[in-house]
Write a protein that binds this ligand. Structure first.
Ligand SMILES: Nc1ncnc2c1ncn2[C@@H]1O[C@H](COP(=O)(O)OP(=O)(O)OP(=O)(O)O)[C@@H](O)[C@H]1O
Ligand SMILES: [Mg+2]
Length: 266
């Protein structure tokens, strides 16, 4: 569905700028959950922004169903970690979810219907008239997800969406993500720092190398569905992939700190 071909991204000019991403090539298939992990500052957010058409690659191309992404495509919705700043505090939950639809869905009743369906799918029915600041962090992040879903995207890009939440809330929202994928038949790309989370959610884990980032490993996760927070994490396959991801990230982080050259890893 989504393909990156030899994508590079440099911030600033060739002499003084930062080469964040270098020669990225990978594909993401329909209905997949792909998680992205890698050391801090390696370029994960840059990769998501490139996919979302928010920034242009310096070279290479990004396509959705073989059509080049040139500006933010309609079929993609984004959810970021910073839910506090991503919701409008002066709007109710319902208004926040409905707002991005205003241009696309002219009919008010239809818009309201979509808004309510999205709010229901994240388990917040009854909270439409509350304000974001009246909700817990986990609930606010549910609102941000609902807003993405109301848009009826084919793809949801999530950048460390649960980083600021407690473990229990985080687990609930992880399961929500998997349910949403099944219910709406969408593709999810999920950046996280949490290795357990990266394995639990994924059909594939992409491990990014140190900057300029590249795909250090593309690891399939052969865990049965539906996933379960306790049982799935007890499986040997979970432990195996988790250790694999962990070792690779540790190595990349060390390389990033010591500034060793990329060929050392190979
Ligand atoms: N707008 C920008 N202008 C200049 N440099 C940038 C910009 N955005 C990111 N960078 C640089 O590009 C590199 C990659 O940044 P990016 O935010 O993609 O990393 P990340 O993997 O998401 O990090 P983290 O794990 O901390 O979120 C960093 O060196 C960063 O300083
Ligand atoms: Mg980031």
């Amino acid at each position: 569905m989504l393909a990156l071909n030899n994508v590079a991204k440099r911030y600033g000019d060739a002499a003084t700028g930062t080469l964040a991403v270098q020669d990225l090539t990978f594909e993401i298939g329909r209905n997949e959950v792909v998680t992205i992990v890698g050391p801090s500052g390696c370029g994960k957010t840059t990769v998501l922004k490139l996919m979302a058409g928010l920034i242009d690659p310096t070279s290479g191309s990004i396509t959705i169903d073989d059509v080049a992404v040139t500006r933010p495509p309609k079929e993609i919705a984004l959810v970021f970690q910073d839910y506090i700043n991503s919701l409008y505090p002066w709007m109710t939950v319902g208004q926040n979810v409905e707002f991005p639809l205003k241009r696309e869905v002219r009919d008010r009743a239809q818009r309201k219907e979509r808004m309510m369906a999205a709010i229901e799918s994240v388990g917040l029915l009854g909270f439409e008239d509350r304000y974001p600041w009246q909700l817990s962090g986990g609930m606010q992040q549910r609102v941000a997800i609902a807003r993405g879903l109301a848009y009826q995207p084919r793809m949801l890009l999530m950048d460390e969406p649960f980083g600021a939440l407690d473990a229990q809330t985080r687990a609930e929202l992880e399961d929500l993500v998997l349910r949403v994928r099944d219910a709406f038949d969408i593709t999810i790309v999920f950046v996280t720092h949490d290795i357990d989370e990266s394995v639990y959610l994924a059909d594939r884990v992409l491990v990014m190398g140190p900057r300029p980032t590249f795909i250090e490993a593309d690891l399939p996760v052969e865990l049965p569905a539906p996933r379960d927070q306790i049982e799935t994490k007890e499986l040997p396959e979970f432990a195996r992939v988790r250790s694999d991801v962990y070792r690779r990230i540790r190595r990349s982080s060390e390389l990033m700190r010591t500034g060793s050259i990329r060929t050392v890893i190979r």
